[in-house]
Design a protein around this ligand. Sequence first.
Ligand code: PLP
Length: 411
Amino acid sequence: MTEATDFQRAYDDLLGQGLALDLTRGKPAPEQLDLAEEMLSLPGAGDHLSAAGVDVRNYGGDQGLPELREIFAELLNVPVAQLLALDNSSLSLMHDVLVYSLLHGRNGAEPWAGRSVKFLCPVPGYDRHFALCESMGIEMVPVALGERGPDVEQIAALVAEDPSIVGIWTVPTYANPTGAVYDEETVRALVSMPTAAPDFTIMWDNAYALHHLTDEEPAPIDVHGLAAAAGNPDRVISFASTSKITFAGAGVAFLGGSVETIAWFRNYAGFRSIGPNKVNQLRHVRFFGDAEGVRAHMRRHREIIAPKFDLALRILQERLGDAEAVRWSHPAGGYFITLEVADGTATRVVQLAKEAGIALTPAGASHPYRNDPDDRVIRLAPTMPSLAQLEAAIEGVAICVRLAAAEVPSQ
Ligand code: PLP
């Protein structure tokens, strides 16, 4: 009996299980959401004054509650004067930064609209970043992402020459989807390299800055300080949120930048809104108390999700440890595992899994224009399913990886 027949048989068994499992998106599990259940009754009737005596039920306060900004300034390593606390989605703040740059321009440069502009996209990367660019007609140029950040030599050569390259996406801590953590050398290079575009913008999406899976809890790099020291204070705009700390549907998002960038953003944001949801911000202040309260809360998240990562990694090792050309990331934080399968088979793996009732993020999603030239990268999101569901799903994925590789005619 050939290997291929073995794998086909295992796959036929998988089909017979009638699974309905979902490893597509990095959502918190219900037990994680339960950790913040008490927030639903905060701040509570009668508790509606901020520390400065402001009535949070009313309009205003476009920078967000100072006491919440202070807590997250410490956690994110951004000076409080350079950090805004806003509504529930950091992705929407990234959207707004792109829109304001397209319409009005940044750092005194021409608006991006009406001319050809490009963003560098470290790959594999976050599909929603790429979708934002695509929706706004910003051309995307893939650059290689390693374990300590993107290839800075490749980037330096590109940005020095081409004034139409106006930005780069980065997820510097536990990157989506590889788990890469940018080291300080990489960050220094990014904030200091000469760029042909005067408004070259590093979109510093620190979505997972506090989402450690081990007891090592490194503080975020002081990216704004490094940029200022390099003479490029306006180059970096940072983002974070409590979407995966409290409630993904009712968190608080943060935007950091130089004092000038913050003024630039507030100016245009002021046309869009008369102030953020300060009741929700006060609720977060009451729930956490201080930065240590957030750290303790994140450890409770870790207790729930670290065993899921351990389980997924153990099964991958057992089932695919000896599979040719198959490897995967071993993230120390964040929400994803990147699985690299045999070249040319990722699409087939995702299709086989789908037919067996296991939903995976489409192959190619981690690349601009959904084009993974090697058809190799698959993103696994282990947080949402229960341990039992996750076990069934990863076992199933492993069978699909084997079968897809066995289907490829040998050269
Ligand atoms: N940035 C990254 C890298 C993400 O992975 C996600 C969600 O998965 C987001 C941003 C979304 O953030 P928010 O919920 O604050 O809009």
